[in-house]
Design a binder for this molecule. Structure first.
Ligand SMILES: [Mg+2]
Length: 172
């Protein structure tokens, strides 16, 4: 299933270097809204430390966001000292491939981390990158996302049922 992620974590901070090494991931492409910051642009405690820890362990980080708000993307990028692409139109491949070029890694060595199946996970899967789904930080969403959430939640439920049955993340 092209909407299913390769892995799921409650939030980005739970993604460890150990997990990434085990899956041959050398770089993370991070979503911005509801993955690194909430609707009100607040960053959860510990995100900076988490990002620094990964970088220290040799994991490259990059932000790819669909937002058209350059200032918002720039401020998080500065805080975390990570490069970014904004207005990326995920699930289209363009923004993710641009980041891949800068990261200088093969798609299979890159994981895309995000809270939406229809943008982050689908985009990653289309680019043959590893896809990691996280729960959205906040319940509040922009309008277009609000429309997509019920369908997304239905698919997530199906995905979790699959996980609970077999324990293996088989996307087919
Ligand atoms: Mg998001």
């Amino acid at each position: 299933m092209i909407f299913y992620p390769d892995a799921y974590f409650k939030n980005a901070k739970q993604i460890t270097t150990e997990f990434l090494n085990k899956n041959n991931i050398k770089a993370l492409i991070l979503d911005l809204d509801n993955t690194l910051i909430d609707y009100d642009r607040n960053m959860p405690e510990g995100i900076i430390e988490w990002a620094n820890e990964l970088k220290k362990n040799g994991i490259k980080l990059y932000i790819v966001t669909n937002t058209n708000k350059k200032k918002k993307a720039e401020s998080v990028s500065k805080k975390l000292d990570i490069q970014y692409n904004y207005f990326a139109t995920k699930p289209l491949k363009f923004g993710l491939l641009k980041a891949q070029k800068k990261l200088k890694e093969k798609p299979e060595n890159i994981a895309v981390v995000g809270d939406q199946l229809f943008t982050d996970v689908l985009g990653a899967n289309r680019c043959k990158m590893f896809s990691i789904l996280v729960d959205p930080i906040a319940e509040r969403d922009i309008l277009i996302t609000k429309v997509k959430r019920p369908i997304e939640n239905f698919l997530k439920k199906k995905y979790f049922e699959k996980l609970n049955k077999g324990g293996v993340m088989d996307k087919k």
